[in-house]
Design a protein around this ligand. Structure first.
Ligand code: ADP
Ligand code: MG
Length: 697
């Protein structure tokens, strides 16, 4: 069934092949349906009028009704401009034009009444409006006030008369022909229960709202719909998964009891206990676990991972833990080695630089089931790595791995898929997590181990460098260690590497009495490891590094994190870096160094860092500054590709939509009921569109 809205945009009256080409290229509008969903991004309030003596410089765009007075051309050459006097009964203002003067002046009618729309500016005591939109008052019906939609457009489109107004005209034409082809996607009961506007109404009013109330209801309806179908898709995936995939029953606890009573070096926090229980419930349930554990840096995810490993091994399963970098994998291995040997378990490390002979020994031990825990990098995913019985796969720092890799891990066991535990220190706001990981269950470690002193964060300008160096020296004299981080956005950017090396040299000069290490992505793995180990052992006092150290590295004696050119880092990255200190019992510091001139966004980022240590709060600010697409990288894009809803602002609508979607699926998992027919129709339409889209692009 190819519907009206699948029609090529070229065939809309007023478009044609040339404009169609541009619409496709510039706005990805291929069909009538695409244009229908090109929603306005804001509305200009044409419902109220302002008197000239009420104008203030703070006002954004306003409409003024007045009479056109004297029009004159002033200035010479590039300063030439057209000035028209414009008065109402309260005062007089000026309308000015710098471009298209000839065209405008031919059309101005002195003595006629106009509505002028634009941004008022104050010059001395007089107000003026540059390049206002002018409309003869007689052209409007007196009472036809309205909200004018504003559509995004591009320079190229504007040159072909497809500015916001032009696009608006096309949509008007489209609605005239097509509004009655818009079909309802919700059953009446649902619309009634949640007081949703009908789809057709909503489409009409989102483009041409008669008043603000109606506009609100239209937006609400469309946002709800967008979230609803997104959640429905994710929940269906999840349902399919839990229905289809049985999991090994891993329910033994004697190893765990032994570990708790004899070896656990500290009391678990309540949050750690809660999450551990959630994992245990999953592992023994007989269904495959797919769980995401979110915990801020330093919240103690490693021990939770080890406890999960113990449960799995106790029931005769093997386990693996995959980390995104060699440094991290090595560190996990070092950290877990002692626990494992206390418990009499075999553990091994497998990375790209593992020697062939030990590699082969690991492969053999895995197949024979002698190896209980395998820690490693992507190397774990290679086909030659085969387990006798992989029961639990843990992925640390999820944001570096894609969904495809998760799936690859699933395939590592022959009979039943292994349970999967994903751990991330990237705090994702709940709204976003629900959307991105709708197919995962989510646990949150929302508490830090007690006794931690909050890290003090300070913002300093480059000119304070000497003071900062003095502070660093004192800390080193007190026996502590220091990180100094330089931005290296792309590992291949030569100038960044140069600034790192320059920094390294100047630090070596300033602190010539101390051993100093360096760490960056262009170094060989063995060299990196060597430098990391020296720092961990306290042999080097300062570690000059790029963001290589961003994730997971744990040196409790390091108490100062200096971040150079901090304005060039994103918020979540700054937070991750800061998390490298504050891991011991001493007071730790994070010093953000920047140049003096900063953009507004940079200032917000720095102020946020100074204000709070709370990763979730930071993630929320980040989401507001950058938008969800950026936060998640391209991997998951498509999921957050929302047309009208906004993850950072519409959390309540999302939560409701998710609940409603869940209720419906619980009643009717296949959506076969008569009343759910509109929902099913919409789903298959979306599926078809997804396919169409890939064919086009
Ligand atoms: P992350 O969640 O960032 O991976 P880690 O697991 O590396 O955090 O833990 C950070 C530090 O806190 C480690 O040194 C760990 O031994 C310690 N730790 C973890 N849990 C607790 C606890 N409940 N009480 C005290 N220290 C803890
Ligand atoms: Mg960690």
């Amino acid at each position: 069934m190819s519907g009206f809205f699948d029609t090529n945009i070229e065939f809309l009256r007023g478009v044609g092949p040339l404009k169609a080409e541009l619409l496709k290229k510039e706005l990805q509008i291929f069909t009538f349906g695409d244009l229908l969903e090109h929603f306005p991004f804001r509305y200009e309030d044409r419902t109220s009028f302002v008197k000239i003596n009420e104008l203030t410089p703070e006002l954004e765009h306003v409409q003024v009704v007045g009479k056109l007075g004297n029009v004159e051309l002033v200035g010479e050459g590039r300063k030439k401009r057209l000035i028209a006097q414009f008065s109402d009964e309260t005062a007089t203002m000026e309308l000015t034009w710098f471009k298209g003067i000839q065209w405008v002046s031919k059309r101005l009618v002195t003595g006629a009444s106009y509505v002028a729309f634009g941004k008022p500016n104050q010059y001395g005591r007089k107000y003026s409006m540059a390049h206002p939109e002018l409309e003869l008052l007689t052209e409007r019906q007196a009472d036809k006030s309205f909200l004018q939609p504003v559509y995004s457009s591009t320079e190229k489109l504007k040159n072909k008369f497809l500015d916001s107004k032009g696009i608006s005209k096309l949509i008007e034409e489209l609605l005239k022909q097509g509004l009655n082809h818009v079909s309802e996607t919700f059953p009446p009961t649902l619309m009634h229960a949640h007081r949703l506007m009908a789809k057709r109404e909503a489409i009409r009013h989102i483009h041409f709202p008669s008043d603000i109330q109606v506009l609100r209801r239209a937006r609400y309806r469309l946002k709800f719909e967008e979230f609803f179908f997104l959640q429905l898709r994710l929940l269906k995936l999840k349902l399919a998964r839990t229905e289809k995939f049985r999991g090994q029953v891993l329910g033994q606890t004697s190893l765990l009891t032994e570990f708790y009573t004899k070896h656990l070096p500290f009391d678990l926090t309540n949050a750690q206990k809660k999450v551990t229980r959630e994992i245990f419930t999953d592992l023994k349930s007989g269904k495959q676990m797919n769980r995401l554990v979110q915990g801020d840096v330093g919240s103690g995810k490693t021990i939770v991972a080890f406890i999960s490993i113990l449960i799995a091994v106790d029931s005769g399963a093997q386990t693996c833990l995959m980390a995104p970098t060699e440094i991290l994998a090595t560190q996990h291995f070092e950290g877990l080695k002692d626990y494992a040997s206390q418990m009499g378990l075999e553990i091994a490390l497998l990375t790209g630089s593992t020697k062939r002979s030990s590699r082969e020994a690991i492969h053999a031990a895995l197949l024979e089931g002698r190896l209980h825990i395998l820690i490693g990098t992507h190397a774990l995913l290679e086909d030659v790595v085969r387990f006798q019985n992989l029961g639990l796969a843990i992925i640390d720092e999820q944001h570096r791995f894609g969904v495809a890799q998760r799936a690859k891990l699933w395939g590592k066991n022959r009979e039943l898929y292994p349970h999967v535990l994903v751990m991330t220190a990237t705090p994702i706001p709940r709204t976003l997590a629900m959307t991105l990981y709708g197919d995962l269950d989510i646990s949150v470690i929302d508490e830090l181990p007690s006794g931690r002193k909050p890290i003090q964060t300070i913002h300093r300008y480059d000119r304070d460098r000497l003071r900062v160096f003095g502070f660093i020296r004192k800390q080193i004299e007190a026996g502590r260690q220091v990180y100094m981080v330089y931005p290296l956005i792309e590992e291949s950017e030569k100038s960044d590497l140069k600034s790192l090396m320059d920094g390294y040299e100047s630090i070596c000069r300033a602190f010539s009495e101390y051993p100093i290490g360096i760490l960056h992505g262009n170094m060989k793995p063995a060299d990196k490891e060597f430098e990391m180990a020296r720092f961990a052992k306290g042999e080097t006092k300062i570690m000059v590094a790029t963001t290589v150290i961003e994730v997971g590295v744990n040196v409790p004696n390091a108490t100062v994190m200096v971040i150079e050119n901090a304005e060039r880092f994103g918020l979540s990255q700054l937070h991750q870096l800061r998390g490298r200190v504050g891991r011991g019992s001493s007071q730790s510091y994070c010093i953000l160094m920047t140049k003096y001139e900063l953009s507004k966004d940079s200032r917000v980022r720095l102020e946020t860092m100074v204000r709070t240590n709370n990763g979730f709060e930071i993630a929320d600010v980040d989401l507001k500054l950058r938008g969800p697409g950026d936060l998640t990288g391209t991997q998951q894009s498509g999921l957050t590709d929302l047309k009208i809803a906004d993850l950072s602002k519409d959390a309540p609508i999302l939560a409701l939509a998710r609940d409603v979607a869940r209720e419906i699926l619980e009643q009717d998992p296949q959506l076969l009921a008569e009343e759910h027919r509109p929902i099913l129709a919409q789903i298959s339409k979306q599926k078809k569109n997804a396919v169409n889209w890939s064919r086009i692009s």
